[in-house]
Design a protein around this ligand. Structure first.
Ligand code: NDP
Ligand code: OXD
Length: 320
């Protein structure tokens, strides 16, 4: 090998996907795969980079020579909130495959609600042939995307292509072609226009519990879908699940599609499981493709070695 220092991998993903992706990754440097039990006691002080998803907390005490930490996903709350992290750059996973998957999920769910997917699935179960009248068009429905980062902005553009009226909200002012945007100071105006709310926020101190009864009550109630609909694929910690379930039960919300939950896996006794107006996916909206993740890490290391700055570095102050 080239004399380069190792990259340490601690990814709590499906084991086969990590092993398979590692077979072709990092050809020019040693790899320490913490999923391999023979590495359990290995000295990690020579490791130069770490690629992690919910890693062993001891990793950062043992790997004392790291230059950068790469998150195995776009979100970094899994490490920022749970570990004493060394003062090193933390790089988020940003990649076309992840972005496309998330936009697929968002567009899928918005179309499902637009086209009465829940009602028609119920009718099919009951062998009922009945066309629901007054089908609105996508352009009649305003989708409000909360979080206009890499994922939110892409989802907003693709929803626009499908014909929806799309608006967006982010902490700082943003310009996205053909999409009206609102910043942190104009949340109420944004919510008051929104028929389908799409949550694509990171979990930070500011966004924890943001999706609560007060917020759901501010959504537009006079839209063509017969009540506001909530989609969340950001983080479950941003939703007050007790209030969410109550709002779905009393009609404050007409329906929801939820990919993320306060506690995952979702407890088997959660009322959300059996609500007829709720669609649940198991944090599967945009799983990281491990080969793509390693390509992204290789690319960032190559940049660093060429004297260029790392991209997609987390701002520790804002928490994302
Ligand atoms: P980015 O960091 O690119 O974007 C985050 C967006 O949220 C930005 O527009 C930011 O505003 C906005 N934001 C953050 N805090 C606030 C706040 N307090 N008020 C208003 N807006 C705020 O993240 P990504 O788009 O890449 O990812 C978003 C999240 O999606 C991830 O953090 C992760 O939690 C989740 N995710 C979920 C997956 C799943 O499978 N369910 C898969 C991948 C990611 P500004 O533009 O002003 O900075
Ligand atoms: C991510 C996730 O943050 O999969 O990438 O949740």
């Amino acid at each position: 090998m080239s004399g380069k220092r190792p990259v340490v991998i601690d990814l709590r993903f499906a084991r086969e996907s990590v092993v398979s992706a590692l077979s072709a990754a990092f050809p020019d440097r040693p790899v320490i795969d913490m999923g391999d039990p023979t590495n359990a006691e290995r000295d990690l002080s020579d490791a130069e980079f770490a690629v992690v998803w919910k890693p062993d907390p001891a990793l950062f005490r043992r790997a004392t020579g790291l230059k950068a930490i790469f998150s195995g996903g776009a979100g970094v709350d899994h490490i920022l909130s749970a570990y004493e992290l060394p003062d090193l750059p933390i790089v988020r996973f940003v990649d076309r495959s992840l972005t496309d998957r998330m936009s697929e999920w968002v567009v899928w769910q918005c179309l499902h609600h637009l086209r009465n997917g829940i009602a028609y699935a119920g009718q099919q179960r009951d062998r009922v042939w009945h066309e629901i009248a007054d089908q609105p068009e996508a352009c009649d429905v305003t989708v409000g995307v909360m979080g206009l980062g890499v994922l939110g902005a892409d989802a907003a553009r693709k929803l626009k292509v499908m014909g929806f009226d799309v608006i967006g909200w982010s902490r700082r002012p943003k310009t996205i072609e053909a999409i009206e945007t609102f910043d942190a100071t104009s949340l109420d105006a944004f919510l008051g226009r929104t028929d389908i709310l799409v949550g694509l926020l990171p979990l930070t101190d500011e966004t924890r519990g943001i999706y609560d009864r007060a917020l759901f009550s501010s959504l537009r109630r006079t839209g063509p879908l017969g009540g506001p609909i909530f989609l969340n694929a950001g983080r479950g910690g941003s939703q007050n699940e007790t209030e969410l379930a109550a709002c779905l039960a009393d009609g404050t919300l007409k329906a929801a599609s939820l990919d993320v939950f306060e506690k995952e896996p979702l407890a088997s006794d959660s009322p959300l499981w059996s609500m007829p107006n709720v669609i649940i996916t198991p944090h599967a909206a945009a799983a990281s493709e491990v080969r793509a993740l390693f390509r992204h890490v290789e690319g960032q290391i190559a940049r660093l070695e060429a004297g260029q700055p790392l991209e997609h570095i987390v701002d520790r102050n804002s928490g994302y």
